[in-house]
Design a binder for this molecule. Structure first.
Ligand code: PHB
Length: 389
């Protein structure tokens, strides 16, 4: 054998040996957390990441004898970027779990990657009903928009609201909100006098709110995604809708705990339904809110945070049950988990892989110098009505 060939051969053997060694030593359990960390939905990414890190800080970074490694990636809010990052995380980083997904289109774009690679995908934020049906590997720990808005429609019908205008952001969860709220409200005997949709990117609410004012409904029903509620609320006041006696009722993302304090008096009395409020009265939530604030300069966790915190719980407990094994066994161990969340009792329906939880009717009230979504009624164990379509 020529000397050079021999050296090449030895180098090759060396590389193989090194790679085998690294593999054997790579005793990590990797979670790829894909979030909008820049762009218009960066606040969502920040809430999700902070809560995932809080869970790890409280529960340790070792599970089933393996070191949990959280790989956080910025998807910029773009579906194409989210999908590409998911592919890289699966192929290059060999993650056991894909997680995050701040918006429905991001979850939908990634679903085929989860299916093809048989990687469990924990949806911690996206809330359109259809999301869990996009891949059998998806488990959801956030909420579903239909779950929330039908509860609000029932409340509205019982509280002297007979005519509404609906105003939603024009993308999947907005369309779900419009469909399921309006359907239920009409079935209850109410009237929807106009249905309006505003664009997702750079929405200008003014012309839409003028139409609402002209239609003079008893209430405006609205959905906008987390972070966008401040702009809507400001315009609602500026256009004088509150003074005109039009009540505002909304899917709970509108009075997002992260931004509610910046909304001012116009938010007072607004009734929403949602699965989580930072003011939820339970010892577990009190601890969660305090610990989140301590770790994040006094910030208040919102419903995005609780989706990530519980998502990490689902991942940790599943990894314990499978002793760190991934794929199908890990997915199966996520299904059917029942536990107390800071939001209240929840479970992951083993059939639908979707979250079943209490939905709270809340009213914005001032307590001391802060605004809170105060829970006034609870509807227990609500399933996603979208699944029975
Ligand atoms: C979604 O895109 O599914 C979504 C995002 C933010 C929300 C609610 C739903 O507040």
């Amino acid at each position: 054998m020529h000397k050079r060939n021999f050296l090449n051969l030895m180098a090759g053997v060396g590389l193989t040996a090194i790679s085998a060694l690294t593999h054997a030593q790579d005793n990590s359990f990797k979670v790829g957390l894909i979030l909008p960390m820049s762009g218009p939905f960066a606040a969502t990414g920040k809430q999700l990441e902070s809560a995932a890190r809080l869970y790890m800080a409280q529960h340790g970074d070792t599970v089933a004898g393996r070191k949990v490694v959280l790989i956080v990636k910025d998807d910029t809010g773009s579906p194409e970027v989210t999908k590409r990052i998911a592919q890289e995380l699966v192929v290059n980083d060999k993650v056991q779990v894909l997680a995050g997904f701040g918006l429905t289109p991001l979850a939908m774009a990634t679903a085929p990657v989860a299916t093809q690679s048989k990687t469990p995908m924990v949806v911690m934020a996206a809330a359109t009903s259809i999301v869990t049906e996009a891949s059998p590997y998806i488990v959801r720990t956030s909420f579903t928009v239909p779950q929330v808005v039908v509860t609000l429609a029932d409340w509205a019908s019982k509280n002297n609201i007979k005519r509404v205008v609906s105003l939603v952001t024009d993308y999947a969860p907005g369309v779900d909100s419009e469909k399921y709220f309006n359907q239920r409200f009409i079935a209850n005997g109410g009237q929807v006098v106009e249905t309006l949709r505003v664009p997702l990117r750079n929405p200008d609410f003014a012309p839409f709110l003028q139409r609402v004012r002209d239609a003079k409904p008893d209430a405006l029903f609205t959905f906008v995604p987390a972070g966008v509620g401040s702009a809507l609320m400001k315009q609602f006041a500026e256009r004088g809708l509150d003074k005109a006696g039009i009540r505002l009722i909304a899917e709970g993302s509108v009075t997002d705990d992260d931004i509610i304090n910046g909304m001012g008096d116009v938010a007072l009395g607004v009734v929403t339904t949602h699965h989580y409020s930072a003011s939820h009265k339970s010892p577990l939530n009190k601890k969660f809110v305090e610990a989140f604030g301590k770790a994040n300069n006094g910030a208040r966790p919102n419903f995005m945070a609780v989706g990530a915190y519980d998502g990490m719980r689902v991942i940790y407990e599943a990894a314990k049950a499978t002793k760190g094994q991934g794929g199908e066994p890990l997915l199966n161990a996520m299904k059917g988990q029942v536990f107390e969340s800071p939001r209240g009792p929840i479970y992951i329906d083993a059939q639908t892989r979707d979250v079943v939880q209490n939905i709270y009717i809340r009213r914005v009230e001032r307590v001391g110098d802060q605004l809170w979504n105060q829970e006034i009624e609870t509807v227990t164990d609500v399933k996603d009505i979208g699944k029975s379509r």
